[in-house]
Write a protein that binds this ligand. Structure first.
Ligand code: NAG
Ligand code: NAG
Ligand code: NAG
Length: 330
């Protein structure tokens, strides 16, 4: 039995809605500004506490999440230039991406559907694009269905950045989390975090997370500030079947998060740059390695890498992807 309810708040950007969806002891709050998941509450062995949110926390990122090298791409022999907002690159859909739009909402069975129309030329992208995201909570599984259609070929890559710390709100690090990612390969990146183009086997590397790995000790071994890498869940051209891709366990509280997706990749990010100045619920500061993100997605910079999975949506096609997050207790 899932309860769905809505509240309206007025903000500087106009009316913004907050939807609450509850099923048993799991509840999720969704905000129409940015199609944001504001909070997810899941039980631990004994009670309840929050998993949280600022910055891109919980927002839907689009049209193209992550970085596009130099903010440029070519579609049908025409070059497009995007807003540059991250060093020399375009990040997360530009200056006013989908995370800064107020989405329209409607109740659906066990959840809420949010829709957003992005006009031709929005942040430099071609075509009028209609996008929707449906959040449903069924028992202890939150499913997120992404849909989009366009009237002109455009790159697309909708994802949702959700930061988790299974130990609960206000916990300083994720070192005691055990992570498993079912990926045979990953994408090495250059010093601006753009994939070099190589699809590298995880075998005998620090990126082999196929068996549970304690994050603290692995982060110590890893050169650089932490994980910010795409793990490849299928080969380019494979049909988009839903597969289990990640499992994270926090032995202390017993909380378990499992993620499955139809997307070809998952970006594993360990909050390498959060500097402790952002305050979350209960005044908790978000600092380096205080949370992790599992962003299911197409591979980074796929618009510019012909051997990566196709990142273009053409007129008449439907972009459709599902990601499911299952919360349980050991
Ligand atoms: C987007 O939605 C509008 C309003 O429903 C519709 O008129 C338009 O044809 C849609 N565009 C695409 C590309 O589906
Ligand atoms: C968005 O983020 C929440 C966590 O904050 C997650 O549970 C949800 O499944 C995410 N949606 C998608 C589509 O990734
Ligand atoms: C899709 O988004 C992900 C994650 O944010 C990103 O890593 C990837 O490069 C994007 N894919 C494309 C084709 O742009």
């Amino acid at each position: 039995m899932t309860e769905v309810c809505k509240e309206e708040c007025s903000t500087a950007l106009g009316p913004v809605e907050k939807w609450s969806v509850r099923s048993g002891s799991v509840s999720v709050e969704i905000i129409s500004l940015g199609c944001v998941i504001k909070s997810i509450t899941t039980p631990d062995r004994s009670g309840q506490s929050y998993l949280s949110n600022p910055r891109y926390f919980g927002a839907v990122v689009g049209r193209v999440a992550n970085r596009i090298a130099k903010g440029r791409f070519v579609v049908d022999k025409k070059e497009y230039k995007l807003a540059i907002n991250n060093g020399p690159n375009a990040l997360h859909g530009g200056l006013k991406g989908f995370d800064k739009a107020v989405w329209t909402t409607e109740a659906v069975e066990n959840g809420v559907k949010l829709s957003h129309s992005s006009p031709d030329g929005d942040e430099g992208y071609p075509g009028n694009l209609n996008a929707s995201v449906t959040y449903r909570l069924e028992k202890n599984t939150l499913s997120v269905l992404y849909h989009a259609q366009t009237d002109h070929t455009t790159p697309i890559n909708l994802t949702n950045h959700s930061y988790f710390n299974l130990a609960g709100q206000g916990t300083s690090d994720i070192y005691d989390h055990e992570v498993t990612i079912s990926a045979e390969s990953y994408l090495p990146v250059d010093d601006t975090v753009i994939p070099t183009g190589e699809v590298k086997s995880v075998e005998k590397t620090l990126f082999d997370l196929r068996k549970p790995v304690l994050l603290g000790s692995r982060l110590k071994e890893l050169p650089g500030p932490g994980f910010d890498h795409n793990f490849c869940l299928c080969s380019p051209g494979e049909p988009p079947l839903e597969r289990k891709c990640a499992r994270v366990v926090h032995p202390g509280t017993g909380r378990v998060l499992e993620v499955s997706t139809t997307q070809p990749g998952v970006q594993f990010y360990t909050s390498n740059f959060l500097d402790g100045t952002l305050k979350g619920k209960g005044g908790a500061a978000y600092s380096k390695h205080s949370a992790f993100c599992l962003e299911t997605q197409n591979w980074p910079d796929a618009v510019n890498q012909p051997h990566f999975p196709d990142a273009l949506l053409r007129p008449g096609e439907t972009f459709s992807h599902t990601t499911r997050f299952t919360f349980s207790v050991l």
